[in-house]
Design a protein around this ligand. Structure first.
Ligand code: AKG
Ligand code: FE2
Length: 220
């Protein structure tokens, strides 16, 4: 009896992932980063699932309007969320598509670990280092700001760069905050980061592979 309990415990401990969190702070910036939130196997399964089962927005939803002109976004996007949820995207009101089971499970895992629940996820697909995302803040009015955005990355490691609004406005110097977002990682962007810092995924010549990113959000 004792033996088998011990064995069971050892097995559980071996499989348990003691997730290691790194706190990253700067002026008005507060992040929690877990490099190995998912195992390599979980990450590969999810990336495979997405590549084989999910199609991305096309037409107007794959464009961005800049000074009255439409341009294709330099990556692919799609979004999922709770039934009945409507959200604004690219100037259009879009009904959320139902959660694919693996993304719903991932959302629940984040909820279990961090104690926050989400009703929406935006998926970004970068085919290689040419694809990128310009400096922005996630400042949509529909966003519940009290809930940190949870960002899961899969595949190709990419740099994530934070720039303080005062630097954008050329008011003063504040050092950039840069981090590598690894396969299977989870980044929590806590308040008030999003109010004071812009973030971007710059182009990277040497990034050859696909990267997926999921930003889980709470929409009011
Ligand atoms: O791909 C990323 O890591 C960034 C995604 C992002 O900033 C966004 O979806 O608003
Ligand atoms: Fe963002």
């Amino acid at each position: 009896m004792t033996m088998s309990l011990t064995t069971l415990y050892e097995k559980l401990m071996k499989n348990a992932q003691p997730s290691q969190w790194r706190k990253i702070v700067a002026e008005d910036l507060d992040l929690d980063y877990c490099e190995r939130f998912l195992t390599a196997a979980e990450s590969a399964t999810l990336l495979n699932y997405m590549e084989n089962n999910v199609s991305y927005f096309d037409g107007r939803l794959s464009q961005v309007k800049v000074f009255g002109q439409y341009y294709p976004i330099p990556r692919q996007q799609v979004a999922f969320g709770d039934a009945g949820l409507l959200y604004k995207f690219s100037g259009t009101v879009v009904p959320a598509q139902p959660w694919p089971q693996p993304l719903y499970d991932l959302k629940r895992k984040i909820c279990t670990t961090r104690g926050v629940d989400y009703n929406f996820v935006l998926v970004n697909r970068y085919k290689n280092g040419e694809d990128h995302m310009g400096e922005h803040r996630d400042d949509e009015v529909e966003l519940d700001k009290t809930v940190p955005i949870a960002s899961i990355s899969l595949g190709q490691t990419r740099k994530f760069v934070f720039k303080h609004t005062d630097v954008r406005k050329k008011i003063r110097q504040v050092e950039l905050v840069k981090l590598d977002l690894h396969n299977g990682s989870l980044l929590m962007m806590n308040q008030p980061t999003n109010e004071y810092w812009y973030h971007s995924i710059p182009k990277e010549k040497n990034a050859k592979n696909i990267r997926l990113n999921f930003t889980f959000r709470k929409i009011k």
